[in-house]
Design a protein around this ligand. Sequence first.
Ligand code: AMP
Length: 372
Amino acid sequence: MTFDEMALIQPLLQAIMEAGYTEPSPIQAEAIPVLLSGRDIIGCAQTGSGKTAAFALPILQRLSKESSKQIRALILTPTRELAIQIYETFRYFGRRLRLHSGVVFGGVSQNPQVDALSRGLDVLIATPGRLNDLINQGYIHLDGIEIFVLDEADRMLDMGFIHDVKKTIKLLPAQRQTMLFSATMPSEIESLAQTLLNNPAMIKVDPITRAVESIDQCVYMVDKQNKVLLLTELLRKGDVKNALVFTNTKHGADRVVQKLSQNGFVARAIHGDKAQNARQEALNSFRDGRVQILVATDIAARGIDIPELSHVINYDLPDVAETYIHRIGRTGRAGLGGTAISFCNIDHVDSLRAIEKMTGLKVPVCESQWPM
Ligand code: AMP
């Protein structure tokens, strides 16, 4: 099945095309038609399967039919990183619709979140603790919820959030569409599913999908002080049309750009300390090919879309495994294939193992003249 055959509305099809998604991932192909029909689902799928778009697209379509000033869709997810990624997906696909999405998570001041809530949201993405806090303070009401998504239910359990989740569930209207996603189905999640869902369709996809599989991946084990040498060598090799290079810090991004510039490359950095117009300018030059290398932190790279990206380079491996999937998912779009190269120094060996565990694949190790 193609996206065009899914009875999706034009503004969504357009955004899908702009995202460079040429065909639906297996979970999208199975879940989108079922969800558009209004049925509940249990999806056995992990990050990397394309599950976010699988639920975001039908939700946006359903909500676009009318507008109201209440929260109508609630997505509960265990981590701040996932919450932000899901929020970005809703923003991206919903940008031609008159709908407002917002995100709340703990560990930061609640004030900007409360402000956003007071302006009125259609879709709320939340982590369980902060959601309950804001409900208790009277900032969030769930009586208008029409669609509820429980994302990564098994991780909610592992992370000790299940109590908070159950509290939230008690506040939901009985009449609603519900989706539960979980990579595994421990018995506690199975019994929760029985009370939560109404005659759900079961959709199971392999943990690893083309979204990640179509990307050539490799990792270089390299000492920190040799990373710049390795990067310049790889960029000189010739098959790098353009590269998005990720560092974990703003300072790191600036340093990489400085070193690349000294070596004759045209590179720019985008990160939170750069003014919005400087970021936009760097991004435009990268898109139209005047700049070959864009060095970014995760926060700055959020939501930016570069349809023809030949390489993603993890100059620093991310500490959170799902960030890796989102970084490398930026290449390989539009059926163009793509390459993701990572540098792993001794401090990041554990991160590499966590990434391999999450994707279920070993990242092939490449050799260089600077072995660790
Ligand atoms: P998710 O599992 O939702 O976290 O998505 C993992 C990555 O796959 C993200 O970077 C998505 O942008 C990308 N992705 C999702 N669906 C597709 C698709 N149909 N074609 C290509 N890439 C996709």
